[in-house]
Design a protein around this ligand. Structure first.
Ligand SMILES: [Fe+2]
Length: 235
């Protein structure tokens, strides 16, 4: 893995911020991502109208457990309707129930064991969907996903610091008529637990973050604040 290129003045040892176990393999992290996305699809197919956030969380735990995953580096979160305006951990389990024609998002953080490297890899994936039909909420969810893709594409083309990536997202969100939640700002991911290396957010990084070690999170709000959308994946 190539080391990041530091830009500007930063008082912390940026190499330490990107630490991994010596046995860590990048493909282990991508494998964890794939499994998490598959679980996401199973979960969304089983969410039902009227489910509360805590009922959805119990369902999520059951589905992961059935897939052989009993460890989560963060609790799974489900947000429904106007609860999608809130961040994943804001006012947990107090949001509205799952309703037809309303958006919902999931934020999943399972830990998957890889027998080849004997390491546990952190999955982290989140996305928004609409259970039923709501063209404005679907438009917001699509915009959120597209913002992520645009930012990642740009970062691959012209390497930028995490701070610069989020500045770009803020400008683009506003051009598209949405409000970026700036406190939802990305983080490290890796072999479990990544947080022994750092709890710094991606938007705080003043160096170019390495590929496959950071998660880019995007949450935008409808300008009328009826709902929001969330998407996150590995940078
Ligand atoms: Fe996350």
């Amino acid at each position: 893995m190539s080391l990041p290129h530091q830009i500007g003045i930063h008082t912390q040892d940026f190499k330490a911020l990107e630490g991994v176990n010596p046995a860590f393999l990048e493909k282990g992290l991508w494998m964890a991502r794939e499994k998490t996305i598959q679980a996401y699809q199973t979960i969304t197919s089983q969410l039902r109208e009227g489910m509360s956030e805590s009922e959805a969380r119990r369902l999520i735990y059951t589905i992961f457990s059935d897939l052989g995953c009993k460890k989560h580096w963060h609790k799974p979160h489900a947000r429904f309707g106007s609860g999608t305006l809130l961040s994943f951990n804001e006012g947990q389990e107090t949001g509205p129930s799952c309703a037809l024609d309303q958006p919902a998002f999931l934020d999943l953080g399972p830990v998957w064991f890889d027998s080849d490297t004997q390491l546990e890899y952190e999955g982290d994936f989140g996305d928004t969907f609409v259970l039923g039909e709501n063209s404005a909420a679907t438009h917001c969810a699509n915009a959120c996903r597209n913002l992520f893709q645009e930012a990642r594409k740009l970062w691959h083309k012209e390497p930028m610091t995490g701070y610069e990536v989020y500045q770009f997202l803020k400008t683009r969100s506003s051009e598209l008529g949405f409000i970026l939640r700036e406190d939802v700002c990305g983080h490290r991911v890796g072999d479990f637990p990544h947080n022994r290396h750092t709890k710094m957010s991606l938007s705080e990084t003043k160096f170019i973050p390495s590929k496959s070690l950071w998660v880019l999170e995007v949450q935008i709000l409808d300008p009328e604040k009826r709902f929001g959308a969330f998407f996150e994946d590995i940078l």
